[in-house]
Structure formats: structure tokens, C-alpha cells
Design a protein around this ligand. Structure first.
Ligand SMILES: Nc1ncnc2c1ncn2[C@@H]1O[C@H](COP(=O)(O)OP(=O)(O)OP(=O)(O)O)[C@@H](O)[C@H]1O
Ligand SMILES: [Mg+2]
Length: 452
């Protein structure tokens, strides 16, 4: 890859010098500007992969106005230029205003070198993706894409960014509650990418016990451990040339996080028990229902790994915030199920449609899918009624445990534990006194979360 070209605009020579030292040593190609006028001149001359721009130029000003004007002018010259603004420590308002006007990110002075580098690298990568997608916006949609229903206005920005970044090589982190469609989104991104003819390999990062994890992910050679009777290819190698989907990424143990980071940084791995280095070329899409930035603050998730994974972040809203998607999704599932169970002509009654729209859908799209399937099986007439849907009252409803069946008690406790820990399976398992894999089996049985 050619060296990313960065523009730095700042009026303080010592800041420029410090950035020059740091970025040169990290392989960036630099141009500097001491004033907004100079910065604009540079951008007129050539194209940059990213710009790092101070908000204040005249001595003793702190309003940030000069910087904000510069930002606007830069984007006018090159709308796809990723601009990162620098602000004095503690003046976040300026940064927020800059983001509102099109800056991609901000850095507080004095900056943290690692964060600054990670931010710039991410923006360079994203900038490349955006430039490429500008050219291909008019291409006809691909016929092989998985069906992704998104008619609610809140999904428009999600779809827009997915379309833009799918053809790029950027790593993508998909966030959203259980059952919101993270899995479909990941498959869609792969199918819309240049890698679509290579494998899509999903890996549930919470689904293994610590011991086997490394060999599942990286493979092993015969004799590496007692049960290793033959060589084995790991998920990374299976996904070579394609997409590796790391699902439930928050549940990755710290030991595995370190190994994952190394492979992502170098593109090289060693099978367990072998010293031979292998090259792999994978695009990583990961998904989580946990708050990863919180996990980083708690020390449970490595920040450097997060920066590798979240070049682009996609947030899928919960179904309760996507009112206009409920009925289209319900009809989509109805059509599928009526074919599967050979019940043509089935439809929702007006009352059932109203109930569907009113329900809070704590289990999101998956819950809706199951409700429709159940209704198709239960209904005795051609018209599905509310009762056929089997909608359970919201789980936050405080039914005393004594009134539930044993199975429902288990389910309720599991759901509460997951809620309390923001969907983090490891911690929920700990609270419940279960091993992680034991909890996974129960999630599957109760159809909670990662059941499919
Ligand atoms: N927008 C959509 N259009 C059509 N089907 C969808 C959509 N979103 C989700 N589904 C369907 O709903 C079900 C649940 O979605 P999915 O498995 O992608 O959710 P998830 O976010 O990965 O859930 P979890 O957090 O539990 O892993 C799947 O069967 C999927 O096909
Ligand atoms: Mg999933």
C-alpha cells in the first residue's frame, strides 16, 4: 500500500513538529500548513487521505471559528476528505460542533499517541472506502443479497452506510440488541462485497471453552495436543480471501483478544503446535450486543483490538424504535412460513396487525419471526388472530415467580441476568452460577439471543 498522505494544519510549530515525528515514524506521508489559507492551498494542489486540523489559529483565540470555517471550506473542495479536528483539552463543545459540520472524529490536546494513530488509520481506511463507493453508487443492486427489510426511516442511515462500505475492505463492527438482525447485516455486507465468491465464515466467540478456542480459530497440527489426531484448518484460514464474522465479540477472553489482535495486525498466524507462519487475507466483521466502549473502560476489552475492529460502526436500532418495519417484516415472515407449511391464503386480522404494532418486542426481529411461525401453526382459520401469535407480556412485567412454570422461571432469570450485564454472556453466566457453555445451551433451548 502507498503511504497514506495526511495534511496537518496547526499554527503552533511545536505541535506540528511533534506530529511530524510521530506520523513519519509510523509510515505516513505528511504535508503541513500553519494557517487555514495554506491548508486550503494544499488541498487544491493534491488529494489527501485525511486531514488533522486545529480549531484555533490566531494566538489566544479559543472560539474555534477559524477552524470550523476551514472545515467547511475543506469539505467544499473535497467532500470525501476525512477531517479530524484537534481541540484544546476540555473544550468538547467545539468538537461536537465540528462533528455536526462534517468532521469525522476529534482528538483532544494533549493527545494520546496510540489513539491518534488509531483514529487516523481508521479514517484513512474509511476515506478510501467512501471514495470508491462514490464511483459505484449507480451500479444495479446485486440479486444475491440476503433479504433485509428496512422501511422505517431510522434504518435509512444504516442502509446508506452499509451500501457505501460493503465494497471496501474496512473492518465493520455491528452493534444492536439481541435479534435485531446483526447476523443478516453481516451476511449482506459480505454478499455485497468484492469477496462475495469467497467464504463467509461465522464464528461465535462466546461458544467455545477457553482450551479449544485457539485451535478452532487458528488451526492445529497433528500431535499438537493429545486429541489432535490430524492437522486442522482453523476459521481464519477457512475465511482466507473472504469474510470472517466474529459474533458476540464482547465474550472473547483476554488471552484470545491478545492473539486475535496479533493476527489482525500482521495478517499472519501459526497453527497450534507449529512454528510455520501462514499468511491470511480476511476481512473481519464483528457483532456485539454489549457496550464495548464500556467494556474497554472496565478493562474487559482491549482498546487496541476495538480500534482494529471498528473502522466502521453500524448500529441497528431495536425493533420498538422501528415501528414502520414491524408489519413489513411480519408479512415477509408470513409469506415464508405459509410456503413452508403449505398454508396459502393466510393473513393477519386487523386486530392481530394492531397487536403486532403495539407489542414492545424485547426479543426484536427474532421474536417477531417466531410469533409469526407460531401463528401459522396455531391458526385454525385463514385469518390469524392475536391469540395465535402467543405474545408474551413484556418481560419487565413483574409476575411473581410463583406464578410461572419452572421453565419460565429459568428463562426469566436468564433474561434478567443478561439485561443486567448488557448482554455479556460471560458475566451473566457468572451471576447465574453457570459455565459459559452451559448458559449457551440454555439460551439455545429458550430461544434467547444467539439461538440461531
Ligand atoms: N431486516 C430484516 N429483514 C429480514 N429478516 C430479518 C431482518 N432482521 C432480522 N431478520 C431475521 O430475524 C432473525 C434474527 O436476526 P439475526 O439472527 O440477524 O439477529 P442478531 O442481531 O444476529 O441476533 P443475536 O444478537 O441474537 O445474535 C433472523 O432469522 C433474520 O433472518
Ligand atoms: Mg446473531
Amino acid at each position: 500500500m502507498t503511504r497514506p498522505r495526511i495534511l496537518i494544519a496547526d499554527d503552533q510549530p511545536d505541535v506540528i513538529e511533534a506530529l511530524r515525528l510521530l506520523l513519519k515514524s509510523e509510515g505516513f506521508d505528511l504535508q503541513t500548513a500553519a494557517s487555514p489559507a495554506q491548508a486550503l492551498e494544499r488541498v487544491r494542489e493534491r488529494r489527501f487521505d485525511a486531514a488533522l486540523v486545529d480549531l484555533n489559529y490566531t494566538r489566544d483565540t479559543t472560539s474555534g471559528k477559524e477552524g470550523l470555517d476551514l472545515l467547511g471550506n475543506l469539505l467544499e473542495l473535497d467532500a470525501a476528505l476525512p477531517v479530524v479536528v484537534m481541540t484544546a483539552w476540555g473544550s468538547v463543545e467545539g468538537a461536537v460542533e465540528a462533528m455536526r459540520r462534517g468532521a469525522r472524529d476529534y482528538i483532544e490536546k494533549p493527545w494520546d499517541n496510540d489513539r491518534l494513530l488509531a483514529t487516523l488509520r481508521a479514517q484513512v481506511q474509511l476515506g478510501h472506502a467512501l471514495r470508491r463507493s462514490r464511483v459505484s453508487d449507480d451500479e444495479p443492486p446485486d440479486q444475491d443479497l440476503p433479504e433485509l427489510i428496512a422501511t422505517d426511516p431510522s434504518m435509512a442511515p444504516v442502509l446508506q452506510i452499509m451500501k457505501r462500505i460493503a465494497p471496501s475492505e474496512a473492518n465493520v463492527l455491528i452493534m444492536g440488541e439481541h435479534g435485531t438482525g446483526k447476523d443478516v447485516a453481516a451476511r449482506w455486507l459480505h454478499a455485497a462485497s468484492k469477496r462475495k465468491d469467497a467464504p463467509f465464515v461465522p464464528v461465535n466467540m462466546g461458544g467455545f471453552s477457553e482450551g479449544v478456542f485457539e485451535s478452532e480459530l487458528f488451526g492445529h497440527v497433528k500431535g499438537a495436543f493429545t486429541d489432535a489426531k490430524t492437522d486442522r484448518v482453523g476459521f481464519f484460514e477457512m475465511a482466507d480471501g473472504g469474510t470472517l464474522f466474529l459474533d458476540e465479540i464482547a465474550n472473547t477472553s483476554t488471552a484470545v483478544q491478545a492473539k486475535l489482535l496479533r493476527v489482525l495486525e500482521t495478517g499472519e498466524l501459526q497453527r497450534v503446535g507449529s512454528s510455520e507462519t501462514r499468511q491470511v487475507d480476511v476481512r473481519v466483521i464483528s457483532a456485539t450486543n454489549a457496550k464495548l466502549d464500556q467494556a474497554v473502560r472496565d478493562g474487559a476489552f482491549r482498546e487496541d483490538l476495538l480500534y482494529r475492529l471498528n473502522t466502521v460502526e453500524i448500529r441497528i436500532p431495536p425493533l420498538r424504535d422501528r415501528q414502520q418495519d414491524i408489519l413489513p417484516l411480519a408479512r415477509h415472515f408470513l409469506e415464508r412460513e405459509t410456503q413452508r407449511y403449505q398454508r396459502p391464503g393466510l393473513r393477519f386480522s386487523a386486530e392481530a396487525s394492531a397487536s403486532l404494532k403495539k407489542h414492545p418486542w424485547p426479543g426484536n426481529v427474532r421474536e417477531l419471526e417466531h410469533a409469526v411461525e407460531r401463528a401459522v401453526l396455531m391458526t385454525e382459520t385463514d385469518e390469524i388472530r392475536t391469540g395465535d401469535l402467543g405474545l408474551r407480556p413484556s418481560r419487565t412485567g413483574s409476575l411473581p415467580l410463583e406464578e410461572l412454570k419452572l421453565d419460565e422461571v429459568e428463562r426469566t432469570l436468564i433474561e434478567r441476568a443478561l439485561d443486567r450485564h448488557d448482554g455479556n454472556v460471560s458475566r451473566a453466566a457468572e451471576t447465574l452460577g453457570l459455565s459459559r457453555s452451559a448458559l449457551y445451551r440454555r439460551l439455545e433451548r429458550h430461544d434467547i439471543g444467539d439461538g440461531s
